[in-house]
Design a binder for this molecule. Structure first.
Ligand code: SF4
Length: 305
C-alpha cells in the first residue's frame, strides 16, 4: 500500500478470531460485539496530529489495521467519514471479514476506498481449524456477507488468503476457496505465507508443491507475498519517543533485528543494541526464532508451546 499510515482503534489483541498463524499471538480479548474502546474524538485528534506531523504529501493510504479486528470498533464508520472529509487520501480497512454480513458494517466500510478481507478456508471445518472464530460466527453467514458486500460495494476488494501447510494447501480446499472467490469477485487476491512467528509454533508455510497448487487453482489474479520488503517510519526526535514508537510498531508487527537497526540509523543512532536490550529487560519486547530468523515481538504476546 505504499506509504501507509496505520490506524489502530482497538486495544491489544482484541479479535473475534484467534488465527493459528496470527503474528500477534493468541487472542486475549475474544469478543464479537462492537464497542467504542476509546473516545472517538480522541482517536480522530490523534490521527489529525500525526498526519500534520508526517505531512499528508508523505502518505499514500490511511489504513485501519487493528492490533486485532478493526470492525469491532463501533465508530469505524464515523472515523472513516471524518478522514475522508478532511484529508485527500484514499482509505483502506484490513479486516478478517467476519462482521461483513452486518448491514451496519457494510455501510461503514462502503466509505473506504479499499477493503481487504481475509478468506483462508473453503469449508467450515477448515475455517474453525485455521481462524478459530468466536462461537457466534458462522462460516456460511460470513461468506454470504462477503458476497453481498462484493455486489454492493463501489470500491475495490483485495482479498487475502493465508496459506498454511497441511490445512488449506490441498486441491479440495483450494477449489472451494476458488468457488467462493468467484462469487465475492475481488479486484485482487493476495496469497500470504506465514513469515513471522505465528500464534502456534507448528504453523508452517506450504511446500513448493503446495504453492504450485495454489497458483494453479486460485489462478492468475494471485500474487504470492513473499518476505516483506516494506519500510517503517519513525517520527520522534528524542530517544524516549523513538523507544515508544518501536514498541508500538512491534506490538502490531514483529520486526527483525536489522529492521530495528535500520530505523534507528535513520535517526542517527548507530549503536541500537543497548536500546533493544533495555526494551527486552523491561519486558516490552522479546525475541523469538521462527524458520531460522530472529524476530522481536511484544513482551506480553501469548503463544502456544
Ligand atoms: S490474524 Fe487478524 S483476524 Fe486472525 S487473530 Fe490475528 S488479528 Fe485476529
Amino acid at each position: 500500500m505504499g506509504r501507509s499510515l496505520g490506524i489502530d482503534p482497538i486495544p491489544p489483541k482484541t479479535c473475534n478470531f484467534s488465527c493459528v498463524y496470527c503474528q500477534l499471538g493468541r487472542t486475549t480479548q475474544f469478543i464479537n460485539d462492537r464497542r467504542d474502546f476509546f473516545p472517538r474524538k480522541e482517536i480522530f485528534q490523534e490521527i489529525q496530529e500525526r498526519i500534520h506531523r508526517i505531512g499528508i504529501e508523505n502518505i499514500d493510504y490511511i489504513t485501519f489495521v487493528g492490533d486485532g479486528e478493526p470492525t469491532l470498533c463501533r465508530s469505524l464508520g464515523w472515523l472513516l467519514e471524518q478522514i475522508s472529509a478532511e484529508f485527500s487520501r484514499p482509505t483502506a480497512v484490513i479486516t478478517n471479514g467476519a462482521l461483513l454480513y452486518e448491514d451496519e458494517v457494510q455501510e461503514e466500510l462502503s466509505i473506504a476506498d479499499i477493503v481487504l478481507p481475509t478468506l483462508d478456508a473453503g469449508y467450515a471445518e477448515t475455517f474453525k481449524k485455521i481462524n478459530r472464530p468466536h462461537p457466534q460466527i458462522q462460516f456460511q453467514t460470513m461468506i454470504e456477507g462477503m458476497t453481498k458486500f462484493g455486489r454492493l460495494y463501489s470500491g475495490e476488494i483485495w482479498l487475502e488468503f493465508m496459506a498454511v501447510q497441511g490445512l488449506n494447501d490441498n486441491s479440495k480446499e483450494l477449489q472451494q476457496v476458488s468457488n467462493h472467490i468467484a462469487r465475492i469477485k475481488p479486484a485482487k487476491v493476495y496469497v500470504n505465507i506465514p513469515i513471522r512467528p505465528p500464534a502456534e509454533p507448528w504453523v508452517k508455510s506450504p511446500t513448493q508443491t503446495g504453492l504450485h497448487l495454489i497458483r494453479e487453482i486460485l489462478g492468475n489474479v494471485v500474487e504470492i507475498i513473499l518476505p516483506e520488503n516494506g519500510k517503517f517510519q519513525l517520527v520522534s526526535n528524542d530517544i524516549t519517543g523513538l523507544k515508544e514508537e518501536i514498541v508500538q510498531i512491534i506490538r502490531r508487527h514483529p520486526m527483525r533485528l536489522e529492521q530495528i537497526q535500520e530505523l534507528l540509523q535513520q535517526k542517527g543512532i548507530s549503536n541500537s543494541e543497548y536500546i533493544i536490550k533495555e526494551l527486552e529487560r523491561l519486558n516490552l519486547i522479546k525475541h523469538l526464532k521462527y524458520e531460522n530468523t530472529i524476530y522481536f515481538v511484544s513482551g506480553d504476546v501469548k503463544r502456544g508451546k
